[in-house]
Design a protein around this ligand. Sequence first.
Ligand code: NZQ
Ligand code: ZN
Length: 391
Amino acid sequence: MNNFVFYSPTCFVFGKDTESSAGAYVKKFGGTKVLIHYGGGSVVRSGLLDRVKASLDSEGISYIELGGAKPNPRSGLVYEGIDLCRKEGVDFVLAVGGGSTIDSAKAIAAGTVYDGDFWDFYQGKRIEKALSIGTVLTIAAAGSEGSPDSVITKEEGMFKRGASGDAIRPKFSILNPALTQTLPPYQTAAGITDIMAHLYERYLTNTEEVEVTDRLIEALLLTMVHEGPRVIEDPNNYDARANIMWAGSMAHNNMCGVGRSQDWNSHTIEHELSALYDCAHGAGLAVTMPAVFTYSMSHNVMRFAQVAVRVWGCQMDYAHPEVTAKAGIEAFRNFLISIGMPKNFEELGAKEEDIPKLVEVLCRGDGRDGSISGFVTLNEDDCTKIYKMMV
Ligand code: NZQ
Ligand code: ZN
């Protein structure tokens, strides 16, 4: 196991009706003037936004609002939010919504107290300072409610890039699983896929002797395999939604990723798909992961065989571990299809003729040097082959 520092200071407030404590938590963490940030309107239609505002009112905290964060959130709204926060003297950003809204809120919070262009952070500059952030989560998926990361798409060039820094870890996150019951089944399934991706991206490591984090990841993957179909069958199953929601936060606050190298090639390759086609990130991952895993399998066949046996119940073939490894990847792919995720470019809405463009932006765009690196290093030729496997 490698040396590590684990810093995860987010206060998680979990359970039914917990959104009514939003005002109290903003106060506890020092907020006096709040920007409530939300997405395309699901929180307006469900009445959640009104409940959050009532909670701020009851604590005497003033607020302004900015809606319109899109899935795969854009830079334009971030600039607007930064101007608004400066003009109104905002000191706390409260995101009410999913990963896209939270990521947009994080970018606004960092950009408001930064003299330069906030996009610098998405080109590698670490975020050291930001307004305080809180979240009321409405979809179990991205894990942004407990992560130090934000992913934004820059409209000029449609570059989808990530930024990081402990300063954008939410001070608190309110997790009421009942709020996720209004999700369309496709979004629920995309969220399940993203959570499993966050676990696999950490499982695929080049670090040896990491039994404790291996076992944590396997437990969370097994939970998703159990609860995923239950929630797809009955969207109102609170208990299944509760287990998935907490698994989503644990999958991505890095408790499962400490002390080991991580992969993230599937995410990097997928981000070009959701940037170009505006597909759901989880749906893009459902098509991407089986191809990336199959292509990378020979790098460490036993890693794939291990998860095949421990999570997917495959029989270990000691003479031919690659057979076991492949069976595990196939079982994962079939699981994703069974919950309603796409299996290829066509079902995702992607086009084979765009592959050269995808590879160009992936490997060369925004200052990259011709390859991407994770569990294995992939050059342009490798990435072309991987995209072709998804057709
Ligand atoms: O915008 P609204 O109207 O709220 O509708 C949203 C959106 O259309 C809807 N929705 C959310 N909660 C709902 C609901 N509809 C009905 N009832 C509810 N309770 O669902 C749609 C998707 O929402 P979005 O926020 O985009 O989903 P998600 O949480 O999957 O976020 C995806 C974004 O997070 C990024 C992805 O790249 C993508 O841009 N990621 C962020 C990470 C991070 N910050 O740590 C890590 C992830 O790997 C990921 O890359
Ligand atoms: Zn993800």
